[in-house]
Design a protein around this ligand. Sequence first.
Ligand code: ADP
Ligand code: MG
Length: 318
Amino acid sequence: MQTHSSEFRIIHQYFQQHARYDNSVSAGIGDDCAIINATPGMQQAVSVDTSIADRHFPSDAAPFLIARRALNVSLSDLAAMGAQPRWFTLALNLPQADELWLKAFSEGLFSAADEAGIQLIGGDTTKANTLAITVQVHGELPAGTALLRRGANAGETVYVSGQLGNAAAGLAQYRQGIREGELFNAYMNPQPQLALGRQLRGIASSCIDISDGLLADLGHILAASGCAARVDAAKLPLAPAALQAFTYPQVLRWALGGGDDYQLCFTSALSASQLQQRGITAYAIGTLDEGSGCQLLGLPRGMTITTTGFDHFYEPAI
Ligand code: ADP
Ligand code: MG
């Protein structure tokens, strides 16, 4: 910001005055550091993500959604670990102090924070040429229950929590000028799978959130766990809305290689019906084997996908 007084007014008006704290926060926004009281017996899960305008989201998108997306993308990492969201900080690089933009941004931020039960305890506000939003989230989980990437075993089943490819389809529609609907929402207003992540404690042997595409992210589980997978492309859950707007091979490519879906991919020794008995709905898409790498079955005739370099399918946002 240009002057100190407007910097502090902005912090107060759009962030500090809306922050509500439970008694885990001894000092929140307004001091040099936040002072938080971690819950005894719990481990802390910490993650930070930066979202840059016209790289991770369109700069002309609604500020309400930009804020929600920046926070929810970070929360998705807590979901993937099975952590309960507790506290977050926000570093904002703003090209200008546009009051209407800040008001809607603040409303979007606190709407997503309230949904997740996470408290804004501090941050940093600076003027910069490019709009960038950095969110650091802190979650808690009972010691030893984190859903790591490295626990998968041969013989287990690979699951995803929901439809894949929707966000990439929404981004493609966005480029065609479509700024509403289910697919646009999947891209611009993703929902972190927090409740599912917590339910998966003690049930999933490994877990990751799908931010870079299924094959890339499942690849991280396989590499960390030292196993191989066979994935049946015909079992991937796809959105009817995507299949109406685009061809099946295109949607399938997005499901395998598109990013930004923020569904969970996890492995478990339990069957889909055993998961169902525990109140967990997930789609079985493959099985784990000894070895390394991911083999894709069930592709449409004539369609080939190299299982390395998945990022080629995913054009950087915007
Ligand atoms: P300092 O100079 O000690 O770093 P700042 O002037 O950067 O303090 O910030 C003043 C207070 O406002 C601090 O408590 C800081 O955490 C908080 N703060 C600054 N920007 C934000 C923001 N965008 N969101 C939430 N809290 C913020
Ligand atoms: Mg500061």
